[in-house]
Design a protein around this ligand. Structure first.
Ligand code: IPD
Ligand code: CA
Length: 266
């Protein structure tokens, strides 16, 4: 049986080293996607190519879903979910909050998740049912546990904004209504790292409209294994409409604050 966490970690480490070594002073934008500010750099593509090549050489029958390369078929029942750089805008500007995110699904269930926060030298990992760990410089330093018992009014809440201006206008209205009800808001620029921050107690909660499966697949498992609840609105699984994450109790409080704000109305 493959050690999926070990393999994902090895691949995420190699991709991270390549990105650090090759990041030029001013990375070039080679493509825009949903809007002119939704960018792809040459290194997003190079990172995904490296990750796909390593997966294919270790497990040629597996399926791979990647942000840049789409969903490529496989026959083993195993699918890898890859975000080659989460936080591409931070990467572009030389800000430190970006990460390589790799998750492994077996028969539709995420069983392993790895988020390599490259500039911070931090590797977050989790295996389903075995807890979540933060490693610094390759050494396990902390078993992760999310904060618990934090009331909404004391909560530090992470969120993010999509790339389309119409959606952002609604997200701005929603966050304006959340802000007076919580300790404060953070916008880090990487969904994967925001979820790892909930897992490690650096944030109490997170919500965002419009994130993709590759943004949260690995970090969602890490947060869940650290004791957080991750889901969508009205009891659904986390999804691209809205993803919320917090310890049980705070999750419901934030959920009930968001619902009347009609956050999906864009
Ligand atoms: C983005 C980041 C960001 C979030 C956006 C995502 P990308 O992913 O996770 O924090 O607010 O919704 O699209 O484009 O950097 O891979
Ligand atoms: Ca992403």
């Amino acid at each position: 049986m493959t050690d999926f966490v070990g393999l994902a970690e090895e691949i995420a480490r190699e991709a991270g080293e390549m990105l650090l070594a090759k990041r030029p002073a001013n990375p070039e934008v080679v493509q825009t996607k949903s809007s002119p500010t939704d960018v792809v750099t040459a290194l997003d593509r190079a990172s995904e190519e490296l990750i796909r090549a390593r997966i294919m050489s270790a497990r040629p029958e597996d399926r791979v879903l990647g942000e840049e390369g789409g969903d490529t078929p496989g026959s083993s029942g195993v699918r890898w979910i890859v975000d080659p750089i989460d936080g591409t805008v931070n990467f572009l500007y030389g800000l430190p909050d970006w990460a390589v995110s790799i998750a492994v699904e077996v028969d539709g269930r995420i069983v392993a998740g790895v988020v390599n926060a490259v500039p911070r030298g931090e590797m977050f990992t989790a295996a389903l049912g075995s807890g979540a760990v933060l490693k610094k410089d390759g050494l396990a330093v902390e078993r992760l546990r999310c904060n618990s018992g934090v009331p909404l009014g004391q909560a530090l809440v992470g969120t993010g904004f999509g790339y389309a201006s119409g959606r952002r206008a609604v997200q701005g209205e929603v966050v304006a209504a959340v802000l007076p009800r919580v300790r404060d808001i953070r916008r880090g620029g990487s969904c994967a790292l925001d979820l790892c921050s909930v897992a490690s107690g650096r944030l109490d909660a997170y919500y965002e409209r419009g994130v993709n499966y590759w943004d949260w697949a690995a970090a969602g498992l890490i947060a869940g294994e650290a004791g957080a609840r991750i889901g969508g609105l009205h009891g659904t699984a986390p999804n691209s409409e809205l993803t919320l994450c917090a310890s049980p109790g705070l999750f419901e409080e934030l959920h009930d604050l968001l619902v009347p704000l009609d956050p999906l109305r864009d």
